[in-house]
Design a protein. Structure first.
Lengths: 311, 258
C-alpha cells in the first residue's frame, strides 16, 4: 500500500550524485506492488472458481441446490427465523450480564492471597476446572432435564431459566480466566502504591487494580462473547424454541434444509461486526499502550520528544 | 535551608528504627539497622545499589514485613503484631522511583483517591485541597489530564502531591529522580527542597550526591545492609571515616556525579 499510495517526497537524491535513482526506485516499487495485487486477484479467482466448479458439477448438485438453496422457502422462513433469534438475543444478554458478575467474583476469589480465604480459592479453582472440562452440551442436558426432573415444588418447568443457568455456569469458568489474566497483568507496584496511601486490600482492588485489569481484557471478553452468542443454539436441545429449533421446525414442515442457511446468514450478520469491533479495540489498545507503570508513560514521552526533535 | 538541628534527648523521635533485619530467602538485605530521625530532619540514605536503601524505606512503610527488630513512628511501634497497617500508612507517605501513578485516573483523582476513600473526606473538600497542592507545585493546569500525557518530571511531582494529600508525618522518597531524564531532575529536586524548607520530615534514598549534600541534615551511608557511617553531609562527603565510604564516594566522583 505504501508503495502505491506513498506521498511524493521531494527528491533528495542529489546528495548521492544520482538525481534519477530515487524516482526510478519508486517506479519499480509501484510496478512490483501492482504485480503482487494482480497475482493475488488471479489466484483468488482460480481457487474459488475451482471450488465452485467442483460443487456445481458434482453428481448431487441439483439435489443439494433444491434442498439447501430454495429461494421461496428462504424468503418465507426468514421472518419466523428472525423472530426466533430474539430468543437467542435475550438468552445472550441475560447470560452475559450474569457471566460478567459471576466470573469477576471467581477471578477475584482465585486472585486472593489471604490464608483465611483458602477454601474460597479452592472452591473457585475446582469450579473453573470442572466447567472448563465438561462439554457444554452435557451441562445443558444435565441441568435442563435433571433439575425439573426432581419435581421440587416451585421449580420452574420452562426450559429458558435452565438455559440461562447452564450458559452462565459454562462461560463464567472461561471468562473468569480472562479476568484473572487481566488482574495478573496489572503490575504489583500499582497495588503497592495504593496500599502505601492507606487503601485497604479491597479498596486497592476496587479502585486501582480492577479498573485497569478490566480495561485490558475487553477484547478477549468480547471474543468469548462471540462464542457465547453462537453457543446459544445449544440450548435448543432442552426445548427452548430459539433460532436453531425454529429452523428445525420449518425444515421438518417443508422437508427442506434452506432455513439452516438463513440461520447461518443471521449469525454471520450479527457476529462478524462484533469480531471486527474486537479487532478494532485490540488495535486501539495496542496504539495507546495503556501500561501499568511509568514504563509506557516514558515511552510516550520519548515518542513525543522524538516527534518534537524531528525537523 | 534547613540545618542539622540536634534533637533534644527527651524529644520523641519522628522515626526510630531498632535492629531491623530483613532477608529475601537466603539474601540478607538489611542486617541490623539502627536509625533515629527527629522531627523536621531530612535524612539522605546513600550507598550502592543493593545496599538496602529501598528495602529500608519499604519496611518503614510496611510494604515489606521486617524479620527482626522494631520500627516506631512518633513513639508508636508499627511493627507490633495486630497493629492497624492502613492507619500507620496514612502517617507515612512514600514516593517511588517509577512514580506508580494510577494510569486510568486523572491527576486530580490520583491525588484525591486516598483522602476520599481512606480519610473519608467529602469529594468537594478533597478536590479543593488537592487543587491547592497542585497549584503550589505548578501542576494546576494538569489536574484533569491522564498521567501519560505528562512528562516524567510532572508525573513524579504529581506522585509527591499524592503522598502529601494525606498530610503524612513522614515522607519517604525512594530514588525519586532515578527514572527521570537529566533535564527533568531539577524540577523534582526543587519540590523536595521546598518541602524540606517547610519542615517536612523526610527520609530519602538517592544517587544525587550534590543534592544530598545541599539538603540533608544527616547522611547515612549504607553498605551490605548496615548503616556503616552517618553524620552531617559536610563530614561524610569531605572526610568520611570508613574506607568503604571513601571508596564509594571516589567512584561517584570518578563518574562525575559529585
Amino acid at each position: 500500500m505504501t508503495a502505491l499510495g506513498g506521498p511524493d517526497r521531494p527528491d533528495r537524491g542529489g546528495l548521492a550524485g544520482l538525481p534519477g535513482s530515487r524516482a526510478r526506485r519508486r517506479r519499480e516499487e509501484r510496478a512490483s506492488a501492482l504485480r503482487s495485487t494482480l497475482v493475488a486477484l488471479v489466484s483468488t479467482v482460480v481457487v474459488f472458481g475451482a471450488i465452485a466448479f467442483v460443487a456445481v458439477s458434482s453428481p448431487g448438485w441439483s439435489a443439494v441446490q433444491a434442498s439447501f438453496l430454495d429461494g421461496s422457502i428462504f424468503a418465507s422462513s426468514l421472518p419466523d427465523i428472525a423472530s426466533a433469534f430474539l430468543v437467542n438475543i435475550e438468552l445472550f444478554l441475560v447470560s452475559e450480564a450474569l457471566i460478567l458478575v459471576l466470573a469477576l467474583l471467581l477471578a477475584v476469589a482465585r486472585s486472593s492471597t489471604a490464608p483465611v480465604l483458602f477454601p474460597v480459592r479452592l472452591m473457585a479453582t475446582i469450579y473453573v476446572d470442572v466447567f472448563r472440562a465438561l462439554p457444554g452440551v452435557l451441562v445443558i442436558y444435565i441441568l435442563g432435564f435433571g433439575i425439573p426432573g426432581l419435581n421440587l415444588p416451585g421449580v420452574p418447568t420452562d426450559p429458558f431459566p435452565y438455559a440461562v443457568f447452564a450458559l452462565t455456569l459454562i462461560y463464567s469458568a472461561y471468562v473468569s480466566e480472562v479476568y484473572r489474566a487481566g488482574i495478573a497483568s496489572v503490575h504489583p507496584s500499582q497495588a503497592a502504591a495504593a496500599r502505601s496511601l492507606g487503601l485497604t486490600q479491597a479498596q486497592a482492588l476496587r479502585h486501582v487494580v480492577l479498573p485497569q485489569a478490566i480495561r485490558r481484557v475487553v477484547p478477549p471478553l468480547l471474543n468469548d462473547f462471540i462464542g457465547l452468542q453462537k453457543d446459544t443454539v445449544l440450548v435448543s436441545y432442552i426445548g427452548v424454541v430459539e433460532i436453531f429449533r425454529q429452523s428445525q421446525i420449518i425444515e421438518a414442515a417443508n422437508f427442506n434444509f434452506t432455513p439452516y442457511l438463513a440461520v447461518a446468514l443471521v449469525f454471520l450478520v450479527v457476529t462478524i461486526p462484533l469480531a471486527r469491533l474486537t479487532d478494532w479495540l485490540i488495535a486501539r489498545e495496542a496504539r495507546r499502550g495503556l501500561g501499568g507503570s511509568g514504563r509506557s508513560a516514558q515511552a510516550a514521552n520519548a515518542l513525543s520528544r522524538g516527534g518534537q526533535a524531528a525537523p | 535551608m534547613t540545618t542539622a538541628v540536634p534533637a533534644p534527648p527527651t524529644a520523641m523521635p519522628a522515626l526510630r528504627v531498632e535492629g531491623v533485619s530483613k532477608s529475601f530467602g537466603a539474601l540478607e538485605v538489611l542486617r541490623g539497622i539502627d536509625l533515629e530521625v527527629a522531627e523536621h530532619e531530612v535524612i539522605a540514605l546513600i550507598g550502592a545499589s543493593g545496599s538496602g536503601k529501598s528495602t529500608l524505606l519499604r519496611c518503614i512503610n510496611l510494604l515489606e514485613p521486617v524479620d527482626e527488630g522494631r520500627i516506631l513512628i512518633g513513639g508508636e511501634e508499627i511493627t507490633a503484631r495486630r497493629v492497624n497497617v492502613d492507619r500507620i500508612r496514612r502517617r507515612v507517605g512514600i514516593v517511588f522511583q517509577s512514580f506508580n501513578l494510577f494510569p486510568h485516573m486523572r491527576v486530580i483523582d490520583n491525588v484525591t483517591l486516598a483522602p476520599r476513600h481512606v480519610a473519608k473526606r467529602p469529594k468537594a473538600e478533597a478536590e479543593a485541597d488537592a487543587m491547592r497542592l497542585l497549584e503550589r507545585f505548578g501542576l494546576a493546569d494538569k489536574a484533569s489530564q491522564l498521567p501519560d500525557r505528562l512528562s516524567g518530571g510532572q508525573q513524579q511531582r504529581v506522585a509527591i502531591v499524592r503522598a502529601l494529600a494525606m498530610q503524612p508525618d513522614l515522607l519517604l522518597l525512594d530514588e525519586v529522580t532515578s527514572a527521570l531524564d537529566p533535564e527533568l531532575v531539577a524540577e523534582v529536586l526543587s519540590v523536595i527542597r521546598e518541602l524540606a524548607a517547610g519542615g517536612m520530615t523526610m527520609l530519602l534514598a538517592t544517587h544525587e550526591m550534590g543534592f544530598a549534600r545541599d539538603i540533608a541534615s544527616r547522611v547515612c551511608f549504607l553498605d551490605a545492609g548496615r548503616i556503616l557511617e552517618q553524620g552531617p553531609p559536610a563530614q561524610i562527603f569531605a572526610e568520611p571515616r570508613e574506607a568503604r565510604t571513601r571508596q564509594f564516594l571516589n567512584r561517584i566522583i570518578e563518574a562525575g556525579r559529585l
